[in-house]
Design a protein around this ligand. Structure first.
Ligand SMILES: Cc1cc2nc3c(=O)[nH]c(=O)nc-3n(C[C@H](O)[C@H](O)[C@H](O)COP(=O)(O)O)c2cc1C
Length: 142
């Protein structure tokens, strides 16, 4: 089994709640921490689940600082943002985040929570975040 870690940046708490749901679906003992409390051996984890929110259409400042330093071979991104789900706006915002990553990192999955949708912060969205984590895990461990 690969080693997983969940790191998140969150201002009002939504991304943090999603992070916890994701961690619940990953192997027992998977760390779930704010980005600023990332362990020194972060690169030893095979797969990083990284959560951020968007500010001025950039990844929030804390996440922005780590994006270009990621050394894990596998990455799953979860992002809280404004935008109509399924729209090209969302694709462009995600693309903007992905462009900041170093070369060679495999993006294994992405999960969006849009502030425009009723699902924000709902139990259904938290369950959906678990499904995202389970699905990503399943593909990685196959
Ligand atoms: C000050 C502020 C600025 C924001 N700017 C943007 C933005 O430029 N683009 C966007 O898509 N979402 C923007 N948002 C929406 C946040 O991404 C959204 O509220 C997110 O859920 C916050 O996550 P958190 O609860 O984990 O802090 C902004 C939110 C705040 C509070």
């Amino acid at each position: 089994m690969m080693k997983y870690i969940v790191l998140y940046s969150s201002r009002t708490g939504l991304t943090k709640r999603i992070a916890r749901s994701i961690a619940d679906a990953l192997p027992a003992g998977t760390p779930c921490l704010p980005v600023l409390q990332a362990p020194a051996d972060i690169a030893s984890y095979d797969c990083l689940f990284l959560g951020c929110w968007m500010h001025a259409d950039e990844p929030d400042q804390i996440a922005d600082e780590v994006l270009h330093q990621i050394r894990n071979s596998h990455l799953a991104l979860f992002v809280s943002l404004h935008g109509t789900l399924f729209s090209d706006t969302i694709a462009k915002k995600l693309h903007h985040i992905v462009e900041k990553l170093p070369d060679g990192i495999a993006i294994e999955g992405t999960f969006i929570t849009s502030m425009e949708e009723d699902m924000i912060s709902s139990d259904a969205n938290l369950e959906f975040a678990k499904t995202f984590a389970e699905n990503t895990l399943d593909r990685l461990e196959r």
